[in-house]
Design a protein around this ligand. Structure first.
Ligand code: ZN
Length: 630
């Protein structure tokens, strides 16, 4: 679809001007971060990248070599600078006996020399990348065994590579330390809402875009997620309280609990003999997300600020360096304190200003418009919005306190997007008039209004090629102007799917089978119940007893609702099933028939056909559902 050339040139002209204004407002010539991000570099991953099964490449930082140029018209110059910094890859000395593998995956793997081997902090997202990072460590520093692994929090970019450093021999796994509550969240957090979050994560991380000057350039806290195999090994030791001191392979660790800030279970730690503070992901070199756009529960910004303050009180006076599980460290005692204070204050500012404006009577969209960037932020790159943004985070704080409803009666039960869109287009006077207004909005550089109008047209019954083509261009230019790497990814993925439709790709690393196998029986049945289709369950009254790997559960389907009670067996079940979780998972996934399950050792008593009836009541979820179209 050819668009009016004057519209395209208007978009280009305005984007160029907007990005020039960004460049003028920030001290982009300050090279201090480049000095810090390259400091202590001693080794690199091999040229050619890290291979994954099936001839795929799990990770190759050379994909981002296009960043070694001036910022093009298709990127925000502030983000471009951050993207150059996050591309600085390899093994770096942080302090004597402390190193970090950076830009070898999305997160960092830190390395501490223990008495007998390496203590590894956060072994990345994929088996292939963590193994490659460990090989780089052994090649550069001399081969040593892995004597312990420390996992700072429940997000998979920090533990999916576990087996790449522990190997597969369960009898010889090293001790693995994690925050208390880790298991309740690591597996379960993503399961109940999993398909929805996974789909939105393809937007947030730009998984279908690929790296280029018109695609993914950065993810704020790193590049993007590695395309390797995700693994898991259950932790052996749990850290329970702030101030807990633990000797790990001869190295003293003092832990601080940070659960409920950036992740539901998380800790930071101080190495008193090394004078190194690790703030996990509580501090990074960017403003983090109070609510990730991929979808999650809103986080507690006030607790986040308080936790950083507690770290300042406890550790900062003795810390020569602070390193984190993303981005690069800060050296020097004064610089460390100032950095921590500023990281604390950005979350406190967002929290307090959102509540001030809410208490003055403003709604979330008003607050997002009214909240102003604090003056100091233009001089402090480490608190800028390369990941989270001020407006998005303000909405998140509102949601944390008040929920999705803003108090306006009109918003008690809004129309669905398609019905609202149809009414709006009719009210404007029809499709042609709405297109004219969208074009005028583009010429006046009112991109959000143009996107809103065009989105109404796509969702009304007016999904014309011309409309899509216009919205594609608007989203692209919103992406080209975004300072946040992940907001850019979301705009550009939306543009791509509007333009070419949704193309299903093999997922970045696929499902983490190791982690799924650690799900509790209650979590497994709760997740399966989410798939119950109420039409098919109408008038169904079923009771099933399960014995799964020696644990029992009774499942009722009645009132179009499915409920499981674990460690319980019902006296009057219609059917009883003795089965392994692996078989049950295969049955639920349609990969195994009931007959095959029985041949494989499952034992079914009672009305066997009712097991099939039960399975048939459930929907299957397709990852690649539509987002930018109805
Ligand atoms: Zn992370």
């Amino acid at each position: 679809m050819n668009l009016d050339d004057t519209l395209i040139s208007a978009l280009q002209k305005h984007t160029s001007a907007a990005n020039k204004a960004w460049a003028a407002a920030l001290p982009l010539n300050d090279r201090a971060d480049f000095v810090a991000a390259t400091k202590g570099h001693i080794a690199s991953l091999p040229v050619g990248g890290v291979a994954a099964p099936g001839g795929r490449v799990a990770w190759d930082i050379a994909d981002y070599d296009f960043l070694d140029t001036e910022c093009p018209q298709t990127a925000n110059p502030s983000l471009w600078r951050m993207a150059q910094l996050n591309k600085i890859s390899g093994l770096f000395e942080v302090a004597p006996d402390v190193w970090q593998a950076r830009a070898c995956d999305y997160a960092n793997m830190s390395v501490i020399k223990g008495r007998t081997g390496w203590i590894l902090i956060d072994p990345l997202m994929a088996r292939e990348t963590s193994a490659a990072a460990l090989k780089m460590v052994n090649d550069a520093l001399g081969a040593r065994p892995v004597s312990a692994v420390v996992v700072t929090h429940t997000h998979p970019d920090h533990f999916g590579g576990l087996k790449g450093v522990t190997g597969d021999d369960a009898d010889n796994y090293p001790p693995i330390y994690a925050p208390v509550g880790f298991m309740a969240y690591a597996a379960a957090e993503g399961v109940l809402g999993g398909n929805h979050t996974s789909r939105r994560a393809t937007y947030q991380f730009g998984i279908t875009l690929g790296a280029s000057a018109t695609g993914v350039i950065d993810g704020g806290i790193g590049k993007t997620v590695a395309k390797g195999r995700r693994t898991f090994v259950e932790p052996t030791h749990y850290i329970e309280h702030t101030g807990q001191e633990v000797l790990i392979d001869g190295v003293r660790f003092i832990f601080q609990m940070a659960s409920g800030t950036e992740a539901p279970a998380e800790f930071t730690f101080f190495l008193p003999d090394h004078k190194v503070l690790c703030m996990a992901e509580v501090c990074t070199r960017t403003m983090h997300n109070i609510l990730p756009p991929r979808g999650a529960q809103a986080r507690d910004a006030l607790l986040w600020a308080r936790t950083i303050d507690e770290a300042i009180e406890r550790f900062a006076d003795d810390a020569d360096v602070v390193m984190n599980c993303h981005n690069w460290p800060v050296w020097g005692r004064e610089a460390v304190v100032l950095y921590l204070e500023e990281q604390r204050d950005i979350y406190k500012y967002i929290h307090d200003q959102t509540l001030r404006l809410a208490n003055l009577g403003h709604t979330p969209d008003e607050i997002a418009e009214l909240i102003v960037e604090p003056d100091w932020l233009s001089r402090k790159f480490h608190a800028r919005g390369y990941y989270g943004t001020l407006a998005f985070n303000a909405r998140a704080v509102y949601q944390y306190y008040y929920g999705f409803f803003d108090g306006q009666p009109v918003n008690l039960d809004p129309l669905s997007p398609a019905r609202l869109a149809q009414h709006i287009v009719d009210a404007i006077g029809g499709v042609e008039k709405a297109i004219e207004q969208a074009q005028a909005a583009i010429r006046q550089d009112q991109l959000q209004w143009a996107a809103t109008l065009l989105n109404y047209l796509v969702f009304a019954d007016a999904d014309l090629p011309q409309v899509r083509a216009l919205l594609v261009e608007v989203y692209r230019h919103q992406g080209y102007r975004a300072e946040s790497g992940i907001m850019r990814n979301i705009y550009l993925t939306g543009a791509k799917e509007l333009d070419g439709g949704v193309t299903a790709l093999p997922m970045a690393g696929g499902r983490n089978e190791d982690l799924a196998a650690t799900l509790s029986l209650a979590d497994w049945f709760d997740a399966y119940a989410v798939r119950l289709n109420p039409e098919r369950a109408r008038d169904v009254n079923l009771t099933l007893n399960f014995t799964v790997d020696a644990r029992t559960a009774c499942v009722w389907v009645v009132r179009q609702t499915e409920f499981a009670r674990v460690d319980y067996a019902c006296d009057a079940a219609d059917v009883s099933v003795v089965i392994s979780l692996r078989q049950l998972e295969a049955l639920a996934g349609g990969k195994l028939s009931v007959t095959e399950a029985v041949q494989g050792g499952a034992l079914i008593t009672g009305q066997r056909e009712l097991l099939d009836t039960w399975l048939d009541l459930h929907d299957t979820f397709d990852l690649w559902f539509n987002i930018v179209t109805p």
